[in-house]
Design a protein. Sequence first.
Length: 653
Amino acid sequence: MLLNILGRKVPSGKRWLAVVTAEQANAEINRLASSVSSRQEADGAWRFCLDAGPLTNSFFIIALRALEMEEERLIGQLADAIRARQEPGGAWKLYHDEPEGNISATVQSYCALLLSGKHKADEPHMAAAKRFIDAQGGTARTDLITKVILAMIGQYRWRNHFMVPIELLLLPPEAPVSFYDFAGYARVHIAPVLLAADRRFISGLPVFQTLPFAGGTAPLEGEQTAGGSPPPELEPQLTEAQRSIKELAAKLIGLPEKLHERARAAGVRFILERLEPNGTLYGYTTSTLLMVFALLAVGYDKRDPVIVRAVAGLKTLMCKLDGHSYLQNFTSTVWDTALLTHALQQARMAEEAVIGKAGRYLLSRQQTAYGDWRIHNPRVAPGGWGFSDVNTINPDVDDTTAVLRAIRRLRKADAKYSHAWGRGLNWVLSMQNADGGWPAFEKNTDNKLLTLLPIENVRAAGIDPSTADLTGRTLEFLGSDAGLTAKLPAVERAVRWLMNHQDEDGSWIGRWGICRIYGTWAALTGLMAVGCPPGHTAVRRAVRWLENVQNTDGGWGESCASDVAGIYVPLGYSTPSQTAWATEALLAAERRPTAAAQRGVRFLLEAGHWQTGDWRLRYPTGAGLPGSMYMAYHSYNIIWPLLALSRYREAAK
């Protein structure tokens, strides 16, 4: 007798499994596709709010106060959004299951609320935040960017940190250690910090004198020296690595007494040459706000046009979420639009007009200018795409392959798409690292000597090495959309890189998503797309790992804590995006849907009807900076289930 609960029941060993039919998957596909099609904007793009926690709102309030701008309404909105996320115990968290709270996020939020003028130190919620900060050890326990922000407003000693010589900016790319060994996204943050730290700059803020935190390190009297060099008694003792940078710069460039002046000028020039049309630095909120303080440090007026334009540009990155105003660290418009366009086509639910509008938007965002990626990859024409709709000079491999997948079917109808495709494909292939894998933004930026510099988290945040997620997703594009196989030398090298970087448990670690589920999904789908046999040892080990970490509800969920721990940390609950990744990986690796894949599909059908306020829909599954920034992509609960269900529908027929 057949029971039609979610479909038909078939034997699976000694268990009975409720099978989701292709028709049921199709119904959910249709619901998701209809929902997303209705959200397309007039220019063809999809715009979802990208939530990266309280840092950006907090930093913006601090900067607006430092600039003495009359923005009380905006500051009030930013503060309200920060306050809305405070935990009952007084702390702020970066992700739902973070134990107790996050010291850096709490210090950032406390400072911003105090500076907003809407919250007083003696109010219960502020006192609770202070108690948490005290219990965690004070400002000395915060992360690097928090210490930078605090130093800029006189709440942390510059000499306790940031002692990388500014002469680093002068070393050419061919030097043993160069500023251009850092990844592009790191450089645009490091350059402003070097300028401000070199001057020991402190912006006078009259709202408070010293934060009352245990372990706080207020500046020494006389440390604010925006007009010149630090007093001699404040000069730090240089490490061997720091002295080497100064000596190398002097040897290569000129006399030591001239280096500081030239390095400062190089830092300012570096920043100004990388401003986007909207006035922001590389399109990032954090680097733009650091730039504002750096320009103040070298003598720019608070109403200088560069600073005014930067603030205006940041306002365009604001979005509404749950009735509150959030400043995005960057927009994800190109990424979301490319993925949704591809997902709708895979689902065979896209109207021609919808895809046509999206294609025209994506075509308009192809980058034709040379950016910093050219330093390590000089012999190729531009042709990539970036992540943000405001970005014009910072393409990346992941966005480029996503767009190419989205416009593949449009090539037959319009030669413009065919031309764009050719340039994009050529750029992607040229970006392959010497080790065989792919980076995100820049080729061969994995100089181990950088780890000698006294910069916190430099290994995780300073370089752009090959990663399993970028390499796997690039292989999936090359195999599924460009028709390439492992017979191509570039593909063969990438396959070898993935095989060599699989962990003993069968998983791969991802860099830009959380974390091992993300990396394993990308690696496995990539390997299968270029013809890796389903019975290959690496494939079987990955499948076993995914099956072993599946939750009892049929889904998958990994904690952001994995990103710091370096090992798989279960969330204890399942999320739609991570379930979709794992399910799609299993479907790619097997000829027919397995029991584990069936359970994953069933979970996705159920998750599609969760209430809007469910925290699992907001859990950040995008990775930014380990322990400091995670992203909740509100597009991900549509994109990845849509792709996984589409793959299942085809497999279940």
